[in-house]
Structures are given as structure tokens and as C-alpha cells.
Design a protein around this ligand. Structure first.
Ligand SMILES: *Cc1c(COP(=O)(O)O)cnc(C)c1O
Length: 396
């Protein structure tokens, strides 16, 4: 019966029954005149999630990686310099993607567990007086290390250097789970996907595009066909798609947006923050350490947790899967074997989180970890008890 258990991986996330049912539809004709009645409100409502009034939202049938590729190829040209920080597997993969498109990537190396260094971005930009740097890349939520970066601080650094570079942000594992403010932070390209905060099947890349990024499409020469913003925007304008859209996901997205707005975005963020804090209380009670270095970096969607010296985190996640039928995130890149991850985003409650915390404890006890069984569960229970009333009231 392990298929009844939630997954605690940081994406794809658990799909609520309401969304699974919403995606269970018979084919409709995407060239029919009424297709626009589905498409237009979706694009409009996605803008509310990105918190953009002046930008536009473009979607593609793809995972988040396709969203990266679309953002880069539509706005940049081979040889263009971009500035990026590397502090985890996802920021690394974005850098790799840029390099394969023959962009000249200036990399700021950071220790894993740190966030995007706004001060160092600022220094590099101030030194770039001839404005060679065309774009600044920031991974809002580094899913490998459980680190949330301060995008607003990077915007202030760009402005302080009076630099015209675009600000490109990966918000795949933060959008619709943690606050994101595209207009306020002056984000030009915001890349997300359907299978994390939106609680849907994988298959739709969702990209917020500012006016400045739209203008950049006119001069960008990176080759693109499937991912061409201009074709997609022109087709969307006429109420359609340039090719076959991922219909089932679009119906799911309609229901997902309805769910998010019914709960209220602020309540969604507060729920994630509260669940995450309970997980962190448990980690603390276990005597274990998060990869994220400081409280202000703690992600509310995923926690990466170092295992004690002498233990292999892959044994832990494999043991949990084999014995208890539950999936947790493995350590990625240089965290492989050294850390495991608890994904706590999307369709999740405190009660579900407690089941995950208790399961980790059973497995750690099985494997002889120096962790007292029940200690983390108790710490999370105390926190959830102390905060339950306010949480229930705000959800009502
Ligand atoms: C999940 C994720 C992606 C995209 O991954 P896909 O598997 O292509 O959807 C990109 N960046 C971050 C930070 C992620 O968490």
C-alpha cells in the first residue's frame, strides 16, 4: 500500500485528488474557437502568481529545464556574457546549459549552503563599465541545498551599479510555495514549471517575461524553434498555440490556480513556512545540521540535512524506500552520500509532514544513527500544536 504514502521529494510533488481529476479529461480540439476561453484566463491568472502586471507569461510543453532553455535562447546571443553564482546542483545545471549555448558565463563560486551573493554580483557589475554582462542569473531556491536567496537584494545590487543587465531567476521550486515578486524585484525572466508548487504532473514550463526581455527577443540570435517566444506569443495572442498544447495539464492548471486562490497566496506561503519550521525543529532535535548556513537562507520548500560523519545518506533514503515505501530526496552533486532532503512543498499538511519525520526517525533507528527515536517528531508536534490554532483560523 506504499502508493498511499506521500512523497517527500522536492518535486514532482504530491498531486491532490482534485487536480488528478481535473487532468482526467477527454481530448478537445485546441484549434476550436472556444480554446481561448481556457487559455486566456490561465495566462492572466499566472501573472498574479508571479506578481507581475507589466510582464507576460509564456508556457511550453516541457519541464523546468525547457523553461531555462527558452529564457536563455530567446533573449541572448552566442558569445554574450552572463553572470551566475554556483552554490548547488541546480545553479550548476543552469550554468552548464548556458555554456552549451556558447554563452560566456562568468561564474561566482560559492560554498554550497550559501545563497546568491548580492554583494559579489554588485562588485562584478560595477567593474563591468562597458556593460559586457547581458544577464544576471539567480537560483531563487536552490533545491539541492535547501537555500533561498534574496532576489530583491540582487536587484538592488544591479541598480546600485546602474547596470542594464537583465535579471533572470529560476523559481521552479519556489513559485506558488514561497513569496515571489516579479515586478517589485525587477525580474526580467522567471522560470518555473508545473510539477512543484502547482502540484501538477510534469510537462509545462511556465516563464514570466518582462517587457525588457520581450524587447531582447528581437536581437537575440541563439537558435530556437520549439521554444521561440515570438511564435508562442503570436499564437497566444490569437487564442491558440503554435503546436499541440499539453491539454491535460492546462485543465489541471485551471484547478490548481483555483485552489491556490481559494486558500490565498499568503496563506499558501504561511502554510509552507509553518510546515518547514516544524521539519527544522525536528532536525534540530535530532542533533543534525542543515546544509543551509543561516536562518535567513532556510528554504520553506525543501530542507537538505547532513547525515552524521560515517553514515551514507543514500543508505538512509534507500532503506526508507525499501522498508517503509516512502521517498525522500537524495543528496545531489557534492552532497551525494552526505545529505538527504525532505521536500515539503505543494499539497502538504502538518499531519503529513509528521508522518515523514516519524518515518525518517524509524529508519535512522534501524541504521544505528545516534538519534533518539521520537525526539524530532516530538519537537515538530510541539511546534505544530503551538501554532495550530492560528493556522486553522487563517485557513478558515
Ligand atoms: C526542479 C528544478 C528545476 C527543473 O527541473 P525539471 O526536472 O526540468 O523540471 C530547475 N531548477 C530548480 C531549482 C528545480 O528545483
Amino acid at each position: 500500500m506504499s502508493h498511499q504514502n506521500p512523497v517527500f521529494i522536492p518535486g514532482p510533488t504530491n498531486i491532490p485528488d482534485r487536480l488528478r481529476q481535473a487532468m482526467n479529461i477527454q481530448t478537445i480540439d485546441h484549434r476550436a474557437p472556444n480554446f481561448v476561453e481556457l487559455l486566456e484566463p490561465l495566462l492572466g491568472d499566472l501573472k498574479k502568481v508571479f506578481k507581475t502586471a507589466s510582464g507576460q507569461v509564456i508556457t511550453f510543453p516541457a519541464s523546468g529545464t525547457g523553461g531555462w532553455e527558452a529564457a536563455i535562447t530567446n533573449t541572448l546571443s552566442p558569445g554574450d556574457r552572463v553572470l551566475a553564482a554556483r552554490f548547488g546542483m541546480f545553479s550548476q545545471r543552469w550554468i552548464d546549459l548556458c555554456q552549451r549555448h556558447n554563452l560566456d558565463v562568468e561564474v561566482i563560486e560559492c560554498e554550497w549552503g550559501e545563497g546568491a551573493p548580492a554583494d559579489l554580483y554588485g562588485e562584478r557589475l560595477a567593474a563591468d563599465t562597458s556593460h559586457e554582462i547581458k544577464a544576471v542569473l539567480v537560483t531563487h531556491n536552490e533545491t539541492a541545498t535547501g537555500v533561498r536567496s534574496d532576489v530583491g537584494a540582487v536587484r538592488r545590487a544591479i541598480d546600485a551599479a546602474s547596470h542594464p543587465a537583465m535579471l533572470c531567476v529560476d523559481c521552479v521550486s519556489s513559485l506558488a510555495s514561497m513569496d515571489f515578486r516579479m515586478d517589485e524585484w525587477g525580474v526580467d525572466l522567471a522560470v518555473s514549471g508545473s510539477q512543484k508548487g502547482f502540484m501538477l504532473a510534469t510537462g509545462m514550463a511556465i516563464v514570466g517575461v518582462s517587457q525588457k526581455a520581450q524587447d531582447a527577443t528581437k536581437t537575440a540570435t541563439c537558435p530556437r524553434t520549439f521554444f521561440d517566444f515570438r511564435d508562442m506569443a503570436a499564437a497566444n495572442e490569437k487564442g491558440g498555440f503554435p503546436y499541440t498544447p499539453p491539454l491535460q495539464i492546462m485543465f489541471g492548471l485551471r484547478a490548481s490556480l483555483d485552489m491556490l486562490f481559494e486558500e490565498g497566496l499568503d496563506s499558501v506561503f504561511a502554510r509552507h513556512a509553518r510546515i518547514a519550521e516544524g521539519v527544522r525543529k525536528a532536525v534540530d532535535a535530532w542533533g543534525l545540521r542543515l546544509c543551509a548556513k543561516r536562518r535567513e537562507l532556510y528554504s520553506d520548500t525543501v530542507s537538505a540535512i547532513h547525515v552524521p560523519e560515517g553514515f551514507d545518506s543514500n543508505n538512509l533514503t534507500n532503506h526508507i524506500f525499501d522498508t517503509y515505501g516512502v521517498s525522500f530526496g537524495v543528496g545531489l552533486g557534492q552532497m551525494a552520500g552526505r545529505a538527504f532532503r525532505i521536500g515539503h512543498l505543494g499539497s502538504l499538511t502538518d499531519v503529513m509532514a509528521l508522518s515523514g519525520i516519524a518515518t525518517v526517525e524509524m529508519a535512522m533507528a534501524d541504521l544505528g544513527y545516534p538519534v533518539e527515536i521520537g525526539s524530532g517528531t516530538r519537537a515538530a508536534q510541539e511546534y505544530y500544536r503551538a501554532t495550530a490554532r492560528a493556522a486553522v483560523r487563517s485557513a478558515a
